[in-house]
Design a protein around this ligand. Structure first.
Ligand code: 7TS
Length: 410
């Protein structure tokens, strides 16, 4: 088989922001799990849109509005193909993962749940996979259950089997943990939950754009992700919903463009996806998302996945050599392209500041997963997260700076 050697340095040079010095050192950006950088192709798509085609969509028949509408709507199909959805009508544009989950919680959950019903999720969810369900449970009288996390950072699948009783109406599960790097077996979990009749939602914020994704393969009813984590602008995200479910759901936000007919007392609504997209959408964001998907697909999701795993494996090996560093999450096998750790000789915030003074960008703290920090009895962690523009040399630089930090703090 022909082996394709990817030129990751060339890919890196597609990202103008990376070519700079920070605190006198070349920037090493290791915070892509929080937000990714943008390639020139995405930045150019925004400039082009605002310089040539900018107008509101779906409203007018003038040339610019037609162009903007065509460009906007063409991305819906592109997203559907990108994630293997059956139809572009199953793609709803949101502000991001958080808004997608809140939409399902406010629309589907509030319309369908009642006292006695159970929402099953896990203890490794991002806060946006916990709080919307807490609010929905408070409003409907439903109960929350959480699948525990084992010491190795994987889900307790025996507990999952026990918690998955017929009362479970919804399973909401993160695909790749933003704090552990664990890849959860979402396909198996969804299949299992469907047997008991539960609706399923997958939080793919950390997996979309990092690994090949296919809705038909996962089999879930809902899937959410954020554009800004996959090289697209901030403020745009996607909720995938199975059409038959979307069709049965009431609107969440009311306003322009989601209606068929408005009377003073009551209104009728358009079918999905328009029903869930009230008001002027983030038109430029959608166009940037389309450019980001084109970019990622040109590099190839399999290549990006392999590169991410290579970087994470290198980081695991190099960090393991530094005394007093405890790595959270799986130590071997497949994992997301991030490594989070606790250094017994420094608080995460001090460590992140030290790294920053050497040009390295990381995140320190609870990463919006407070229950998980409690589970592992750490005040927070330091997290290095990678994407297609990172290189093995940057991992070595991270190890070098962490070794210097140990000398400095210890
Ligand atoms: N779910 C997961 C698994 C996430 O990692 C994040 C963001 C979200 C949901 C929320 O995404 P948003 O785009 O709506 O904010 N995670 C992180 C992070 O790890 N550091 O900053 C944001």
């Amino acid at each position: 088989m022909e082996r394709i050697i990817m030129d990751w340095q060339r890919i890196r040079s597609d990202f103008p922001i990376l070519d700079q010095q920070v605190n006198g050192h070349p920037l090493v950006y290791l915070d892509s799990a929080a937000s990714s950088q943008k390639p020139r192709a995405v930045i150019d798509s925004l400039v082009r849109f605002y310089e040539r085609d900018n107008a509101n969509v779906h409203r007018a028949l003038h040339e610019l509005s037609n162009r903007a509408t065509d460009a906007f709507e063409s991305v819906r199909g592109k997203v559907a193909r990108f994630i293997g959805a059956a139809s572009e009508d199953e793609i709803i544009f949101t502000r991001g993962t958080t808004e997608g989950i809140n939409l399902v919680a406010n629309s589907w959950a509030c319309a369908n749940l009642k006292p006695g019903d159970v929402i099953l999720t896990s203890s490794m969810e991002h806060h946006s996979g916990l709080v919307p369900w807490q609010l929905a449970a408070q409003r409907t009288g439903a109960t929350l259950r959480h699948i525990p996390v084992l010491d190795d950072g994987t889900l307790d699948m025996d507990a999952f089997e026990k918690l998955l009783t017929p009362e479970v109406r919804l399973l909401s599960i993160v695909h790749i943990s933003n704090s552990l790097g664990t890849i959860n077996p979402v396909r198996e979990m969804v299949a299992r939950a469907k047997k008991t009749g539960a609706v399923t939602l997958v939080d793919a914020a950390q997996s979309t754009g990092h690994v090949p994704l296919n809705i038909a393969d996962i089999g879930c009813d809902f899937l959410v992700f954020s554009g800004h984590k996959i090289c697209a602008p901030t403020g745009i995200g996607v909720l995938y919903g199975r059409y038959s479910l979307l069709e049965s759901m009431p609107p969440w936000h009311g306003g322009g463009e989601m209606i068929l007919q408005v009377r003073l007392e009551a209104s009728t609504y358009k079918p999905p996806p328009a029903r869930f997209e009230a008001g002027t959408p983030d038109i430029a964001g959608v166009i940037g998302l389309g450019a980001a998907i084109d970019y990622l697909q040109a590099v190839g999701l399999e290549n990006i996945e392999k590169h991410g795993l290579e970087l994470a494996s290198r980081a695991l090996t190099r960090l393991d050599e530094i005394p007093g560093i405890r790595i959270l999450g799986p130590k071997s096998g497949p994992r997301g392209s991030l490594v989070a750790f606790h250094a017994e000789w420094a608080h995460p915030h001090d460590l992140v500041e030290f790294a920053n003074s050497h040009g390295i960008a990381m995140r320190g703290g609870h990463h919006c997963t407070q229950p998980l920090m409690k589970r592992f009895q750490v005040p927070g962690t330091t997290r290095a997260s990678f994407y297609l523009y990172n290189t093995p040399e940057e991992i070595d630089r991270l190890a070098e700076v962490l070794a210097a930090a140990r000398k400095f703090f210890a």
